[in-house]
Design a protein around this ligand. Sequence first.
Ligand SMILES: *Cc1c(COP(=O)(O)O)cnc(C)c1O
Length: 513
Amino acid sequence: MQLPENALDMVQHEQEYALTKQLSATVNALLPALERFTAFDSPERTARERTSWTAQLEESLPQVGQGSQAVIEQLRDVVIPHGLRAGHPGFSGWIATMPTTLPAAAHLVSAISGPLCVAVQSYNLLEELASNWLRELVGLPPHFRGVFTSGGSVANLIGIGAARQYAYEKRGIDPAREGVVALPQPRIYTSDQVHHVTYRAAAVLGLGRTSVVTLPATHDFHIDVAMLRARIEEDEAQGCTPVAVVANAGTINTGTIDPLPELIQLCQEKDIWLHVDGAYGLLGVLDPRVAPLYGDLSSCGSLVVDPHKWLATSMGCGAVYVRDKKLLERAFTLMPAVYMEDAQPIYMSDTELTSQYDDLGYEFQNYGVEHSLPSRGVEVWAVLKEIGVEGVRSRICRHNSYARHLAERILAAPHLELAAPVVLSTCCYRYVPNELAGRTDAEAVTTLNQLNRIILGRVRARGRVMPSATNLGQMFVLRGCFINPRMTLAEVDAHAEEVEQCGAEVWSELSPQ
Ligand SMILES: *Cc1c(COP(=O)(O)O)cnc(C)c1O
């Protein structure tokens, strides 16, 4: 590899530097394409046109730069139009959506003017402020330490990491320092409705995937507390180390909330850490119809909530709250880095800072697994300031009502069957033709699963609504999860209509005449 002829050739640098100045021109050139994308006024063709846009993008690494205009044009003409349309009003698949405008704007703004979350600056303050606002929003007291993460996956890792710290310290071991080998058979208890990120957290934390005891859920998809108690007592008798109970406040499959008041009581009695995975559903506590299901959340050890789900910030924003700040710090602190804390200049006067680099501000890197942190709180702050507690509550209640409304439509429809009780904003159902109604034999189950798979494909291809699907026991079911701020009641109704129509079509094609 050759060194460029004169590495200090300033002409090259001047060209590069000039490009950093073209903010308005660059963003303005892209905005019309974004407006078009978010209008969702033409059908999705990204899948059908995959070959053509893939071919346009798949070039080899450019040896010589093509210039900003070439990049802007490709972003505008190829990348943006073929992005993921998860903000389409009819999208109810997964538990994901597109950010609303303001947090998306805050994302751009912070990428530029808050590139790191440390030091004396507005974004550092907003990170702390937003963390406190969100804590207050879900009803947790001030001693809970919050930290924003890249999402629910890392938030769960941190919460369960705090549980590990607690369980091992009780037995005289600091697992962050000494590792986890010293104690026998760690156990994390949860139901089979848990999100898979719990298994990975157990793996990463050195407890192992097999430490997760997955109890079969009840027929309405929550953890069976009596079975849990029996299992814990059996394990205790065998000398196992209970590390945590992982409860769900809004399971991914059905939106079910585990019986938190009973779990809180059990965990207090046994002195076991209760971790609540509310990545999706913790904000459901704002809906008075379901609020009692959450119990006294301040009695939990740690709780997760994902602003990038129901609060519709841009993707990459989760949060975890842990009841004991010092414990969390022992689990996740960075060893003081000499080039930062110890390398601060000494000031003659300690009353006034003269540079924003003189103080690290609120230090979040000691409560998680990241070091260079982006500013995430600014987006949460932006949403909460924009719509307030009442705005969030009205969104949550509206979406929960959507799921109830769809359930009513399903119960009233001749060929639709509700597959799980509706608790939050998730509704699971399937198409059942007359010929298969009431049948539970293996052949009927297989046929119904096959039929509903084909229906799902057809519904999505028609493009009015985009539900997803899941398996509940042996049953393949369609699933709408409503967290999308752009969705209206018309699209909720369309779920029932589309599945009825496509179901009738597919069944008549499949069934022998
Ligand atoms: C989404 C979700 C997760 C995973 O969170 P990510 O933000 O996708 O990393 C974990 N648990 C539950 C209940 C979820 O809904």
